[in-house]
Design a protein around this ligand. Structure first.
Ligand SMILES: [Zn+2]
Ligand SMILES: [Zn+2]
Length: 254
């Protein structure tokens, strides 16, 4: 599991809706210490005896939220690590946390998925790490005009749109258009603001990017698109498309 921002109880319930249980997890990877990523990490780790992979600055900054962990596995940004039968490769992201990272995850069969949320802007490093993926979970945090016209206090608006804040739909869509290749099978638009965004705007921007609206793509991408919700679990995605049967670790994959 990567990050656990809801309560341990809520995550257990939502996993149950997908037919899985936290007891089947091999561990939790924590990308940074913000509450929407860390809240359920300590409770789940203790309840199910799960190791937590994160870097030292995040562990220290998140100490009180995490509580005592059964086991800590140190992560170093830029150094790939193995969990079960996948390799995870952490890369730095520009965000106002101690030492936050995004990830690419690669299976033994070479299937590659990227996870990049909580970014103030798209760096060259992020762009290069997300090239040539089969699956992508990308932040579409806010619509800039909704954020600016919306109810948040000005300092929070400044934080969200700042260089260490969150990606707007526009920024995410232009990144998506740059990295969409024929190999890309699915995209999940994630970390969506409830106050400052709308599903239909995200779909329009993201689909525009996959259609190659500014001529960066030689032909439209056929990748399927899904906008994640804060209130419901996202269907499972993987090599054969969406709504995969659950494959438990150690079982033969078909
Ligand atoms: Zn954050
Ligand atoms: Zn976040």
């Amino acid at each position: 599991m990567i990050d656990a921002g809801l309560s341990g109880k809520e995550i257990t319930t939502r996993m149950g809706l997908l037919g899985v249980s936290p007891s089947e997890l091999l561990g939790i990877v924590l990308t940074h210490e913000h509450s929407d990523h860390i809240r359920g990490v300590g409770p789940l780790a203790r309840r199910f005896g799960l190791p937590v992979w994160t870097n030292l600055p995040t562990l220290e900054a998140g100490k009180s939220a995490l509580g005592a962990l059964p086991h800590w596995e140190p992560v170093e940004i830029g150094v790939p690590f193995e969990i079960g039968d996948v390799w995870l490769d952490p890369f730095s992201i520009p965000h106002d946390a101690a030492d936050p990272f995004g990830l690419t995850i690669k299976s033994r069969q070479g299937y590659r998925v990227g996870l990049a949320t909580d970014m103030g802007f798209v760096t060259q490093l992020v762009r290069s790490r997300l090239m040539g993926l089969q699956g992508l979970i990308l932040e579409f945090n806010h619509d800039l005009s909704m954020l600016l016209d919306g109810p948040y206090p000005w300092p929070i608006k400044e934080r969200i749109r700042g260089k260490l804040g969150h990606l707007s739909n526009e920024d995410a869509a232009s990144l998506l258009e740059e990295i969409a290749s024929d190999d890309l099978e699915w995209v999940i638009c994630a970390h969506v603001s409830r106050e400052n965004n709308e599903q239909k705007i995200i779909v329009q921007k993201a689909q525009g990017a996959l259609n190659g609206k500014s001529g960066l793509l030689t032909r439209p991408s056929l990748a399927s698109l899904f906008v994640a919700s804060q209130t419901e679990p996202t269907p499972l995605y993987g090599p054969s498309g969406r709504n995969l049967p659950v494959v438990r670790y150690g079982e033969e994959k078909v």
